[in-house]
Design a protein around this ligand. Sequence first.
Ligand SMILES: [Zn+2]
Length: 270
Amino acid sequence: MWLSLLAMAVLAAGFYYRHQVQEGYRYVGKRAAPLRTIITPVPLRFKEILKNYFPYYNQLKPDHKRKFERKLVYFIFSKYFIPRNFGGVTDEMKVLIAASAVQLTFGLPRVFMAHFNRILIYPDDYYSEITRRYHRGEVNPAYRTIVLSWRSFVMGYLQPTGTTNVGLHEMAHALRLQNIIRVNEFDFFDAELLDVFDQWADRVCAQMEEGGVRFFRPYACTNHQEFFAVAVENFFERPAAFKKELPELYGVMTRLLNQDPMTITQPAAV
Ligand SMILES: [Zn+2]
C-alpha cells in the first residue's frame, strides 16, 4: 500500500518535473529567437510558401527579400502558434501569418510586436460569448494574444485588391498597442506624426458623415484604433486609389510605417 502510494507520488513528481522541463525548453526556445534567427538558415519550404502565396514578398528586390525572410523567421521563432478547434498549425499558417506582420513592419527594423507572443488560430470565424457575434480576429493585450480566423485571413489575401484584410487589420491593432506598451519595443512612432494621423481620421470621418468622400468603409470611424487598422488595409490593398483619393493621409502613412507600397521595390530606408 505504502509502496504503491510512494510509486504514485514518484510518478506524479516525475510527470510534473517533465512538464516543467518541457515548459522551460519552450520558454528558452522563444527567448533564443534572436540567436536562432542568426544561426538557422531560412528553411527552403518557408521561401517556397512565400513565393507561391505572398505577392508583397515577390515584388521585393533580392536583398530586401532576404531581409524579409530573416524578419519572418524571427517572428515565427519568437511566437507561440496555438490551434483552436483543429489539429495542428501548419507551416503555411505560420509563414503567411508572420508574413502579414512583416509586411506591416518591414520599414520598422527592430519592431516585432514583442508583447504579443501568442497567435491563436481558429479554422473559421468564431463565436464570442462576450460580444455574441462571430469574429474574424481580435487582439487581446491582457493575454498578449492575436486571434485570427484562418479562413478570413486567407480570404483577405485571395482578393488582393479588395478593401478588407483581417491579417493586416489585426496586426495594425497589435502594432499601435505595441507602440504604447512599455517593453523593449515602444514609442517607435513619431508622436507628432501619429497625432497628425488621428487629426486626419477625424477630418475624413466628418466628411464621410456629411456624405462626402467615402473611401473607407464606415466601420473605420468607430474610433482612432479602427481607423488606423482600416487605413492600413487600404494602404497595402489598394495604394494607388488611396494615394489618388487622400494623398496627404497616404503620405503620413508612408512616413509612419517608413515604406511606400507604390514603390515597394525601393522601400524608403529599410
Ligand atoms: Zn479592428
